[in-house]
Structure formats: C-alpha cells, structure tokens
Ligand binder design. Structure first.
Ligand SMILES: Nc1ncnc2c1ncn2[C@@H]1O[C@H](COP(=O)(O)OP(=O)(O)OP(=O)(O)O)[C@@H](O)[C@H]1O
Ligand SMILES: O=P(O)(O)OC[C@@]1(O)O[C@H](CO)[C@@H](O)[C@@H]1O
Length: 322
C-alpha cells in the first residue's frame, strides 16, 4: 500500500521555547528548534515512522529545501515536491511548556507560478497509478484559487484513489462537494463553515453525520483534550484521550489523520481506528517535530484511550472504501 501526501504550502516550523510566555512584554526564550513541517509533510512523517511507504509532494521553495531533503532522507519518504522560486515560509510556534500552551504564527507562504501547479498535477497523475491513498492538507498558497481543492479531489477520486482532506474555511466547503473519503476538521473549522449547531457531543455528532450524508465516508471531528468524534455513517464514536502532559499541540491533528489512515490500511474496526488515531495524536503531543515512538509505546497509548458509542442509531450508510 502506497500513500502520498500533498502539501501545497509547507512550512519550516521554528519552535521557540518560552516558559510563561506573555504578550506585550519581553520574553526570554530558553531554546529554539527548526523542523520540516506543513500538514501533509507531518502526516507523511508519522506514516513513515509507522513503517508505511510514503511519497510527499506539493510545492517547495527552491531557496531553502535542505531541511526538508534531510528530513525526507532520514525518514525514508520519497520526495516528489515540485521546486518553486523563493523560500518556503517559516511557521513560528511558541511553546510554553510551563503552562502547556502552544501559540502558532503562520505566514502566508509563496505564491507559486502557474506552471508549477501544472507540473504538480502531472506528478500527482503519475503517483495516482500506484498510490491508493492521497492526503491533501494545509492552507492554499497565495494566488491559488479555492477551486484547486475540489478539482484535485475529484481528479483523484476519478482515478479511484482514496482522498483524506484536511483543509479549512472556503477550501473545506468546496472540497466537501467533491466527496473526499475522509475529512478531519476541528471544532473551530466546523464553526467557520456553519456546520456546528450548538454545543456538546450531540451537535458535533450531528455535524459529523451531515458530512457523511454529503458523501464523505469517514468524518472525524477533533476536539483537543476532549478527544475526537469518528463517524462512518453507521457508527458514531467518541475517542476520549487520557490526561497527558503536552509539550506542543503542533501536529496533533496531522497525527490523527495519519493514525486513521494507518488503521484503515490495516483493516481495523472503527473502534480500533479511533484508538490508533488517538494514540498517534498523544505521541505527537509529547514531541517537537513530527515523530512517532516505537510501536510498543503506541500500543500502550492506544490502550489508554476510551471509545464510547455516541448514538447507535443508523441514519445513512456510506462505506469507507480503501
Ligand atoms: N490537551 C490534550 N490532551 C489530550 N489529548 C489531546 C490534547 N490536545 C489534543 N489531543 C488529541 O489530539 C487530537 C487532535 O487535536 P486537535 O483537536 O487539537 O487537532 P487540530 O486542531 O487539528 O490540531 P493541529 O491543527 O494543531 O494539528 C485530539 O482529538 C485529541 O485526541
Ligand atoms: O497554515 P496551515 O497550512 O494551515 O498550517 C501550517 C502548520 O501550522 O500546520 C502544521 C501543524 O498542523 C505545522 O507543521 C505548520 O506550521
């Protein structure tokens, strides 16, 4: 099973460690670290650490690709990124471990030349021949129209590829119309697109079901420390994480997408997928940069996840194809 991730707007994550970080004052940082990042790059990293065969593509600035190239080589990820003029953006991540708070400052990124997008489509078409899963994740770069997302999802679906879509705002609204196999919005992202009516698990469950009814096989709504809802149109489950010490929340959602795909590829039940995906997220919370611990540790984390049925009533059945 080959998996490809598409990151149109990767980022070099510059994590600055500032205990007791405060606005409007001088903060003294303890240390700084840079990691190759961006949502699809992170998903690729988690999947590769898990032992799966992964190709990463997207658009990468030709001026500073080395941190990515080293990262891909170290993890055994096949690099099919299209190089574009300029430097890949930095994402500033202020990690306050004393208060267990993470503050993200994401820059807009590079506007790609139109020819680069055409080259990227060619690369993706080529990968579609022998990659069963595609993950399309993260913000669009400036100048790339929203329609790029639904068009790409529809193209990959027409090649019978499974598509996991993790985007937000208008790109998510448009992308849902193309019926990806899997989406993973968080609560804010659901609110932004008016899919969340009210508070509480029932409202989240209803939103997830509505996404299934749009033709999306698996809807996951992540809710930070409250865990995540997994809905496949038949079952509606709540995966509740244990209480853990958080180093950084960066990439927790990406890890959930990776863990879900790992579970789907292995043919696990939805309950076990929910456990596995949450275990990946818990591992991500304990690490700076997208890295997984050995499998035994992941299995131990998965055993600490509680999965409950939110509502057993069946409304729509939309099979998750693999
Ligand atoms: N403080 C926490 N304690 C326990 N588990 C957490 C915590 N924060 C996140 N998680 C786990 O990680 C999963 C994904 O987190 P979250 O909902 O924050 O994703 P996200 O908003 O997509 O994150 P990001 O965009 O930063 O990757 C949650 O569903 C939960 O299982
Ligand atoms: O600006 P986007 O594409 O929405 O998010 C980018 C980003 O915050 O997402 C990853 C964490 O999920 C980071 O590695 C990266 O900096």
């Amino acid at each position: 099973m080959n998996i490809a991730t598409i990151t149109l707007n990767p980022a070099i994550d510059q994590t600055v460690f500032v205990d007791h970080f405060q606005l409007n004052t001088v903060n003294r940082a303890r240390a700084m670290q840079r990691d190759a990042g961006g949502k699809g790059v992170n998903v690729a990293s988690f999947l590769a650490d898990y032992g799966l065969s992964v190709t990463a593509t997207g658009l990468l600035g030709a001026e500073n690709p080395h941190i990515f190239e080293r990262h891909f080589a170290a993890k055994g990820i096949t690099d099919r990124f299209v190089r574009v003029p300029g430097a890949t953006r930095i994402g500033v991540k202020i990690v306050d471990e004393a208060n267990q708070q993470t503050t993200d400052i994401n820059l807009p990124g590079l506007p790609p030349p139109p020819a680069a997008l055409n080259t990227l489509i060619d690369v993706i078409d080529e990968l579609a021949v022998n990659h069963e899963w595609f993950v399309l994740a993260g913000k669009l770069p400036p100048g790339v129209p929203i329609e790029f997302i639904p068009n790409l999802v529809a193209r990959l679906r027409s090649f019978n590829c499974n598509v996991a879509l993790d985007v937000s705002g208008p790109a998510l609204i448009a992308g849902l119309q193309a019926q990806p196999s899997l989406v993973k919005p968080n609560l804010d992202e659901l609110r932004q697109i008016d899919l969340l009516d009210g508070e509480g698990l029932e409202a989240v469950g209803n939103a997830a079901r509505r996404i299934n009814q749009m033709g999306v096989g698996l809807a996951i709504v992540s809710m930070g420390a409250q865990g995540a809802i997994f809905s496949d149109g038949t079952q509606l489950l709540h995966a509740i994480p244990p209480s853990v010490t958080v180093r950084s929340t960066v990439g927790a959602g990406d890890a959930m997408v990776a863990g879900t795909i790992a579970g789907l590829v292995e043919g696990l039940s939805l309950t076990e997928i929910a456990r596995r995906a949450t275990a990946f997220s818990l591992a991500a919370l304990g690490s700076i940069g997208a890295h997984l611990p050995p499998r035994a540790e992941l299995i131990a984390l998965a055993a600490k996840v509680t999965v409950t049925v939110v509502d057993p009533a069946v409304t729509t059945v939309t099979p998750v194809d693999q």
